[in-house]
Design a protein around this ligand. Sequence first.
Ligand SMILES: Nc1ncnc2c1ncn2[C@@H]1O[C@H](COP(=O)(O)OP(=O)(O)OP(=O)(O)O)[C@@H](O)[C@H]1O
Length: 371
Amino acid sequence: MNMVVLRNTATSTPQVLPGNDAPNPMVVFEGVAKRFAAGNTGAEVVALNDIDLVVPRGSVTGIIGRSGAGKSTLIRLVNGLEKPSSGRILVDGVDIAGLDEKNLRPVRRSIGVIFQHFNLLSSRTAFGNVALPLEIAGMGTQDIEKRVAPLLDLVGLSEKRDRYPSELSGGQKQRIGIARALATEPKLLLSDEATSALDPETTRSILALLRKINKELGLTVLLITHEMEVVKVIADHVAVIDGGRIVEQGPTFDVFTGHVHETTKALLGGLAGMHLPEFLTSRMSQLPEPGSRTILRVIFKGENATEPMLARLGSDLGIEVNIMAGAVDEIAGRPFGMLVVSLRSNEAKIAEARQFLAHHGLSSEVVGYVR
Ligand SMILES: Nc1ncnc2c1ncn2[C@@H]1O[C@H](COP(=O)(O)OP(=O)(O)OP(=O)(O)O)[C@@H](O)[C@H]1O
C-alpha cells in the first residue's frame, strides 16, 4: 500500500477546540459586506452584510442556509474570487481583501475546492484529473506520480486510476475531486455543496472521507450546504446564514441544542422531537383548563439518563407521568433527544417537577395542555 506523504501544513500550530474564541483561526471575517451593483433592471443586491465569522483551525466548519442566503458568495470571498465591498477577510492571518491577482495566487494554491458537480475533465483519466493542478504548477512526471498515487489510495480509488469520469459513479467522481483538491497540499479545503448531487449512502461515505482527511491530515474544512444532515454528521462548528447575515454560530452541538434562532429551528425541522405528533397538536390548547394535563418537552443532551428521572417524578413527587412521544438523534457525535410527556398535576407541582429535572441536568418546556 502507498504511503500518504502529504505535508501536514495545518499542524504546525497546535490543534484547538473549535469555538468562537479559538486562538489562531484559519479564516476570520470581520464586518464583511458584499454588495453587487444594480443590473439593468433592479436595485443593488446586498448578498452579505455585517459578517463576523470564525473558522477554527483544524475544524470542520459548516455554513448552512437556504437558497439565496449568501453561502456561495461567502465561499467565493474566501478564495478571493470575489472582493468584499467592506470589511476584512483573514486567511491564515493574511488579509486577502487587499491582495492583487499576483499576490492572491499563493493564497489560492493553499486552498483546495470541491464542487457539487465535481468539475472533472472528461478527456482525462482519474489520474490525469488529480495530476492537473500539479502539471499547471510545473511539477515533473516522477514527482507527480509520487504525489498522485498516494492520493488515489487515500480516496480508495487506486484501481480506477486509468478510468475516465464517464466510467465512474457520482461518489467515485467526488473522491477524484477530493484527491485533486488535495494535490497541491492545501491547508484549507472548501466544499461547495459537495454532496448535494449524491444519494444519502454515498453522501455518508464522502462525509466519512472528509472527516478522515480532517483528522489524519489536520486539514481545516469549510463547507457550505443547505442540508442539515451534512452539518449534523460532520461539522464540529457551524454558522447559520440567513438573508446575508450570520444568525448563529458556535460548536454544532451547542448551536443546535441551545436557544435556537427561528431560521435554525426551520432548518432543524426534521430533528428528533422538534415537531409534536399530530395526535397531540390537534387536541392541545395553550392555556390550562380544569382537569387538563400539562404537556412537557424534556430535552436531554449528551449522556443524561432521562427515564430514571421521569420515574422519580412519580415515586418522589407523586406526579403521574405518561410518555407521549420521543426520539433520539445524534449531533456532532453526541446524543440529543426529546421526550414529550404528559403530567397530571397542579401548576405548583409542575414547577417543582421542572426544577427537579433541571437539577438533574434535563431542561424542559411546557408546550401546551390537553384534556
Ligand atoms: N454576481 C452577482 N450579481 C448580482 N447578484 C448576485 C451575484 N451573486 C449572487 N448574487 C445574489 O446574492 C444573493 C446570495 O447569493 P448566493 O449565490 O451567495 O446564495 P446561496 O446561499 O449560495 O444560494 P444557493 O444555495 O441557491 O446557491 C442572492 O440574492 C443572489 O441573487
